[in-house]
Design a protein around this ligand. Structure first.
Ligand code: HEC
Ligand code: HEC
Length: 271
């Protein structure tokens, strides 16, 4: 817990965290010390923040993964992903990012106030993307992250390996040092995502292992979101996700009787 506090609170060098954990060495240390930023951008803004997208600079996806995983244990999944990205933009860009409360996405935990709707990681990712990109690009990027989420087994091996290698606990109750079973949600809903993992792993929702799974998932989604944003910034982003043939088939007849592109058969029977 103490390590989490160090990681989450500004003013403590990232270096000691990285050294202690052995994570991310050689990747991040120089560029991402807390408190650095584009020259002059750290000053307080006065007046109303502009409605236009804020400046984005390339971020380190692996740094985002670490921050999101740790932040999950402070205020939940949605907060964690938003915190990871916006806190890094505070460090590198400053300016208006200093005016945005990092707690803003806290409500998204457990699929919005524990209702199991949109997975909080995606809610947090969407809010961060929306801060930096114009509407049309937001839709493309977030749709791609959501699609990727529905077909990817979580937690990823990368996040497992980091947690196992770490050797310290992010949370007093979290069994940090074990490889966790994976599951694929086939849905962007918290409800389906968590239920699939419970089914695959045998751990109940209240288990520390389930929380740790969601913590690692935060890391996975934060890292993915930063990768997508970096590609977009570099002008090389092209959406990769495509809906399944099955869903496309359902939509060819029912496109106008419903909204969305979730896997239809996760709720309806095919006919
Ligand atoms: C070739 C066209 C076609 C395809 C493909 C198709 N449906 Fe249908 N579906 C219909 C028709 C026609 C009905 C009955 C009339 C209606 O309610 O629109 C229907 C009814 C339904 C209903 C219930 C509506 C009711 O009134 O009970 C659901 C739900 C549904 N389809 C879902 C799906 C899903 C999910 C898929 C893909 C796995 C799918 N459909 C594929 C044509 C299609
Ligand atoms: C998260 C669950 C869920 C998913 C995923 C989902 N639906 Fe539905 N759908 C519902 C519910 C709930 C209703 C409203 C109650 C009902 O009619 O079953 C509904 C209603 C419908 C209806 C209207 C049925 C009627 O009686 O007129 C159609 C058609 C339909 N869905 C098609 C689809 C298609 C096509 C997809 C995939 C693109 C899809 N649904 C995905 C839950 C879902």
């Amino acid at each position: 817990m103490e390590e989490v506090e160090k990681l989450l609170n500004k003013g403590v060098s990232r270096r000691s965290f990285l050294k202690k954990t052995g994570v991310g060495l050689g990747v991040t240390a120089g560029a991402l010390i807390f408190g650095t930023g584009i020259a002059g951008a750290q000053t307080q803004q006065s007046g109303v923040i502009a409605e236009s997208p804020l400046p984005y600079v390339e971020l380190d996806p692996e740094e985002a993964r670490l921050r999101a995983h740790a932040a999950y244990f402070r205020a939940g999944c949605s907060y964690a992903v938003f915190f990871a990205i916006v806190s890094m933009l505070r460090d590198k860009v400053g300016g208006a990012y200093n005016q945005i409360p990092l707690r803003m996405l806290g409500y998204g935990r457990g699929g919005a106030a524990e209702w199991g709707t949109l997975c909080g990681t995606l809610n947090g990712a969407g809010a961060a993307i929306n801060l930096v990109a114009p509407d049309a690009d937001v839709n493309k990027m977030l749709a791609d992250v959501i699609g990727w989420y529905t077909i990817t087994p979580f937690p990823s091996k990368v996040s497992d390996d980091i947690a196992v290698a770490n050797g310290y606990k992010y949370d007093a109750k979290a069994p940090i040092s074990i490889v966790l079973p994976q599951s694929t949600s086939n849905s962007p809903l918290c409800h389906a995502s968590v239920a699939e993992w419970i089914k695959a792993s045998g751990f109940p929702a209240s288990a520390p292992e389930r929380k740790e799974r969601c913590g690692r998932l935060c890391g996975d989604v934060a890292a993915k979101t930063v990768s997508v944003l970096n590609a977009w910034k570099a002008g090389t982003f092209t959406p990769a996700f495509q809906i399944s043939e099955e869903t496309a088939n359902c939509l060819s007849c029912h496109g106008d009787q419903q909204v969305g592109k979730m896997s239809c058969t996760s709720c309806h029977d095919a006919h």
